[in-house]
Design a protein around this ligand. Structure first.
Ligand code: HEC
Ligand code: HEC
Length: 284
């Protein structure tokens, strides 16, 4: 009986009214009239037999929402990038240093970071997200406090770092020391959880293009993160988005910054290898 109930819940959630059916649109994204973004790309090899093409979440949003991302003056996420730029130039912590003191202009020093993180750090022997790396600098090089994972400051700084990498193709490494994290992330991606017994793949692989309630399902790519969501009028981190999605399956979820979500971030990001870094993107 329980099983039957769960099955009908899935069906009710996923069956799209026919009138709504449809996949990604054919629009093109150019930012500030000059930065041409790759929002559809041939799927990376590891997705052979699953997808031919990987598609940015931008294609699944309404024209009005898409429009907001075409100009930095209209993109509400850019306000947080400006705030992070002030932070970048401000000395903090016992060493009296700012990010700028060591890294200069982020447009130079940080241009490749968003495309390549999460990345394995040899010295520390761990896979690091951008936020983990920033905290490492804060704690060990500035003598400042770590920022709470996905807190305002942390996500804004991540947005500054991604903004200077926009247009660069996502190219996270999944071999060598990153491989074990990637495998773990992949396993999490395909694990069905919760009362609804759904995995990430149930929605973002098998049903992208369909509607779930009133929301147009995308491939669940992370190339646009941090994303400014109109729904909560702030920047949202990748792990917070994962958390929301897992909660929607009525499952217990992992915390932001947990080893599970770090591994999942690498795996999901690798599903978008070839798409442009797009953060801060605008979503509903
Ligand atoms: C005292 C110097 C110093 C300060 C201050 C500092 N960093 Fe760093 N940062 C480094 C060094 C050195 C590395 C390279 C470390 C490594 O590769 O393990 C690094 C690496 C990074 C990276 C990874 C770059 C890459 O190409 O992989 C990021 C991102 C970063 N820092 C962000 C920041 C931010 C944001 C701040 C301010 C909140 C900051 N750092 C403050 C010295 C500093
Ligand atoms: C019940 C269906 C469902 C499941 C299961 C689900 N999601 Fe989602 N997810 C959504 C919906 C709906 C959205 C908002 C529309 C969209 O972008 O697809 C979304 C959005 C996202 C986004 C934002 C994409 C963007 O471009 O802004 C990411 C990333 C994401 N999901 C990842 C995941 C991951 C990882 C899992 C597994 C832990 C997962 N989702 C499980 C329904 C689901």
């Amino acid at each position: 009986m329980m099983k039957f109930k769960a099955m009908t819940a899935v069906a009710a959630l996923l069956i799209a009214p026919a009138a709504f059916a449809g996949g990604a649109d054919d629009d093109t994204l150019t930012i500030n009239g000059e930065l041409e973004m790759t929002t559809k790309a041939p799927a990376p090899e590891h997705l052979d037999g699953i997808f031919d093409e990987v598609i940015s979440g931008w294609h699944f949003r309404s024209d009005e929402t898409q429009q907001l991302e075409t100009d930095d003056f209209d993109n509400p996420g850019m306000i947080f990038v400006d705030q992070a730029m002030d932070e970048w130039n401000t000395a903090e912590g016992s060493e009296g240093k700012s990010c700028a003191d060591c890294h200069g202009d982020p447009a130079e020093s940080m241009a490749m970071v968003a495309a390549t993180y999460p990345k394995f750090n040899e010295e520390a022997g761990e896979l690091r997200t951008i936020q983990m790396q920033v905290n490492d600098c804060r704690v060990n090089r500035m003598g400042a406090d770590a920022w709470k994972y996905d807190s305002g400051n942390a996500v804004s700084m991540e947005a500054l770092i991604t903004s200077v990498g926009r247009g660069t193709p996502v190219q996270v490494a999944i071999d060598g020391p990153a491989a074990e994290y990637w495998e773990k992330g992949k396993e999490l991606y395909y694990t069905r959880t919760g009362i609804l017994d759904l995995s990430c793949a149930s929605c973002h692989e098998q049903n992208y293009g369909n509607y779930i309630r009133a929301d147009h399902l995308s491939q669940g790519q992370v190339n646009g993160f941090p994303t400014y969501r109109l729904k909560n009028a702030k920047l949202n981190g990748i792990h917070s988005r994962f958390k929301g999605c897992v909660r929607d399956t009525r499952a217990e979820t992992y915390s932001t910054g947990s080893p599970e979500f770090v591994a999942l971030e690498l795996y999901v990001k690798s599903r978008g290898n070839g798409l442009s870094v797009e953060g801060p993107a605008v979503r509903n």
